[in-house]
Design a protein around this ligand. Structure first.
Ligand code: TYD
Ligand code: MG
Length: 451
């Protein structure tokens, strides 16, 4: 029976049986495209060429493969402590966010650290890449440049050059000549990524694949290849902000959720080794609605400011606008404040923002969010130099969170003097800080706002 074609979402890679205007899996509109079936190969079993080894044989003291560090600490940490040989890494991000800049700088750093690096651009001519390198002060770095888009040519080049690291910028411009669809289509992107990753594994070459996050349906986004690679990094940032955050969302060789912070300058990306200072630098006087949260991003403590604004709403259904935090979690905290502490937000618009363009995912920020909301609603500023963290349960109880000591140490390092934490937290490491332990939200509200 002839295999019929399938329909794939270019945004999330979900496969559907028939075409639809909207992808059920990710909710995106107009992203589903038809894919021709793969040509049916021979159905007979091949000669068993795979070699198996017993797991116990692997338990000898083989040292882990040596990682190479680039010297760009923000990048090395996100990779899990440097580049693992023969690994495949995907770097996704919006067009223009700075992926090419980051990877050219990374290539130069790895080359200077002794790796043979090949930077293949499908978007710019070698002369343009060289001009960019000049601007970044990297012309003397021993990086090989290539401007190619044909996958077969690239694999041949890699095979003859045998670099330790190849950077492919970007996967959407690459095309395999045996796949009958346009570059950037799901089939091409998937095939190109698959061949590059397979090649990398077989020949011991590390590859970094750049993927643009796309908004429209004709071009496949990086999510289509996420499952093929060892490490998935996203380069994020807000337009108009200079900060860029490199975030690991998947890493076979290190912790996920690790972030590296950079700042886009005239001379390329500069590392921000102390992000707390940066995220708080715009803070001046204590103001109502602003609360500093002692968070953990990956393995590193980061202090960030939550800002809330609460205003009477002209609308029947008041607005709930959130940037950098989960909207559902905000609704939960508003509900707990209303049901457990008797503080209603009905008829009030609520805006919540994380300063600096960072996105916070930890439930540990619950208490800081509640504090910001209350502070805005009551128009009472929290004492200056106070950090807040803790998880709020539906009953209104405050729960201790992980890595309390690291959070407190970071707060102390940055000159904070007081911390509000859930009761029963392990507060070692907070010497020098006045620590106020609160067991439930009602006590917190009474103590801080007299409500
Ligand atoms: P780029 O790395 O080309 O983005 P991507 O590869 O993700 O599409 O970055 C482009 C932006 O970065 C562009 O708006 C200009 C800015 N930029 C600087 O501000 N300083 C620099 O030194 C460089 C090279 C780029
Ligand atoms: Mg680019």
């Amino acid at each position: 029976m002839a295999k019929s074609s399938t329909f794939t979402c270019t945004a999330c890679g979900a496969v559907h049986k028939k075409w639809a205007g909207r992808c059920d899996a990710c909710g995106a509109w107009n992203t589903i495209v038809e894919e021709a079936p793969l040509s049916a190969g021979s159905k007979s079993l091949g000669a068993a060429r795979g070699r198996q080894v017993p797991l116990t044989d692997l338990a000898t003291e083989e040292p882990p493969p040596p990682r190479t560090t680039s010297g760009l600490e923000e990048l090395d940490r996100v990779l899990g402590g440097g580049l693992v040989p023969a690994s495949a890494i995907l770097v996704g991000g919006d067009p223009g966010i700075g992926k090419s800049t980051l990877l050219l700088q990374a290539a130069a750093s790895f080359a200077r650290a002794g790796l043979k690096c090949l930077y293949i651009s499908g978007e710019e001519a070698s002369a343009q890449v060289r001009m960019r390198a000049q601007r970044l002060g990297l012309v003397d770095a021993p990086v090989q440049l290539g401007a190619e888009t044909n996958l077969r040519d690239i694999l041949t080049t890699l095979d003859t050059e045998r670099p330790a690291l190849a950077i492919i910028d970007s996967i959407q411009t690459m095309w395999a000549d045996h796949v009958e669809s346009a570059p950037g289509s799901v089939a091409q992107v998937r095939q190109a990524a698959h061949e590059l990753v397979t090649f990398a594994k077989r020949r011991g070459v590390s590859v970094i694949i750049v993927g643009h996050v796309t908004k429209e349906g004709q071009i496949a986004g990086p999510r289509v290849v996420e499952h093929m690679v060892d490490t998935v990094l996203y380069f994020e940032g807000e337009r108009g902000h200079q900060f860029r955050i490199l975030r690991a969302v998947k890493n076979r060789f290190g912790p996920a959720d690790e972030i590296g912070v950079f700042e886009m300058t005239g001379g390329g990306l500069a590392q921000v080794t102390n992000p707390s200072a940066l995220f708080l630098s715009e803070r001046d006087q204590p103001s109502a609605g602003s609360v500093v949260f002692a968070g953990i991003e990956g393995t590193r403590p980061v202090l960030v400011e939550f800002q809330a604004l609460v205003a009477p709403s002209p609308l029947g259904t008041p607005r709930r606008t959130v940037v950098g935090w989960d909207g559902g979690r905000l609704a939960m905290i508003l509900a707990v404040l209303e049901s457990r502490c008797g503080i209603p937000f009905a008829g009030l618009d609520v805006y919540l923002n994380v300063a600096g363009g960072l996105r916070i995912n930890e439930p540990a920020a619950d208490l800081a969010v509640a504090a910001a909301l209350l502070s805005a609603r009551e128009d009472v500023a929290l004492p200056a130099d106070t950090v807040v963290f803790g998880e709020i349960s539906l009953s209104g109880a405050l729960r201790p969170v992980g890595q309390t000591e690291n959070r407190l140490k970071e707060a102390q390092k940055l000159g904070f003097t007081q911390a509000i934490v859930p009761g029963r937290s392990k507060t070692g490491g907070g010497e020098g800080l006045t620590i106020r332990e609160m067991t439930d939200l009602t006590t917190f509200v009474g103590d801080m706002f007299g409500a």
